[in-house]
Design a protein around this ligand. Structure first.
Ligand SMILES: [Zn+2]
Ligand SMILES: [Zn+2]
Length: 176
């Protein structure tokens, strides 16, 4: 794994400060000690990840009951989240990983209610936009519909296996 470079480290630390400062003002976190969040290692996911935008990792062999903010190994974010354009979504993703870090392991209804308490309400909607952006960036093929000219960027060719949802025409592959 390649670690973050100097400017990425600065951006990650700024993002951490921002998210913790917002959390300190959130009603839902008032009874929690948020200071340990300042000591968590922050790193980056592989650049070619598209579906995964952030992850909280504990050392192997730790049971679900032991997962906590004191033994977390690292939180990794997608490197593209450090671009200015995605700053609102980056904060939302880091908050999501901080919820995990504070002991909420599963994406259950409690987790989702905490996640929804994040004041940047629009940020959740950016998830699919960010995925789309990553898919376009990493695409090696375009799946093209000859009926409606829809273009779907993908890493692999469709090889005649997919049809346009609107036109039901088999998609053509164009190598980028
Ligand atoms: Zn999660
Ligand atoms: Zn079509």
């Amino acid at each position: 794994m390649v670690g973050p470079n100097k400017s990425q480290i600065i951006l990650l630390e700024d993002l951490r400060d921002f998210v913790i400062n917002v959390m300190l003002d959130m009603k839902i976190w008032q009874d929690y000690d948020l200071q340990p969040l300042r000591r968590i290692n922050l790193g980056l996911l592989r650049k070619n990840a598209t579906r995964k935008h952030g992850v909280a990792k504990w050392p192997k062999g730790i049971t679900i009951h032991e997962l906590g903010v004191h033994n977390i190994e690292i939180i990794e974010l997608h490197p593209e989240l450090l671009g200015k354009k995605w700053s609102a979504y980056a904060a939302y993703v880091l908050h999501h990983e901080f919820i995990h870090a504070l002991g909420f392991v599963k994406h259950d209804s409690l987790f989702r209610s905490i996640e929804r308490a994040w004041p940047g309400r629009e940020a959740a909607k950016l998830a699919s936009k960010f995925t789309e952006y990553l898919c376009k960036k990493s695409a090696k093929w375009l799946w093209v519909c000859s009926g409606c000219d829809t273009e779907i960027p993908r890493k692999k060719p469709s090889n005649g296996r997919y049809k346009c949802k609107k036109c039901l025409v088999v998609l053509n592959d164009i190598k980028l």
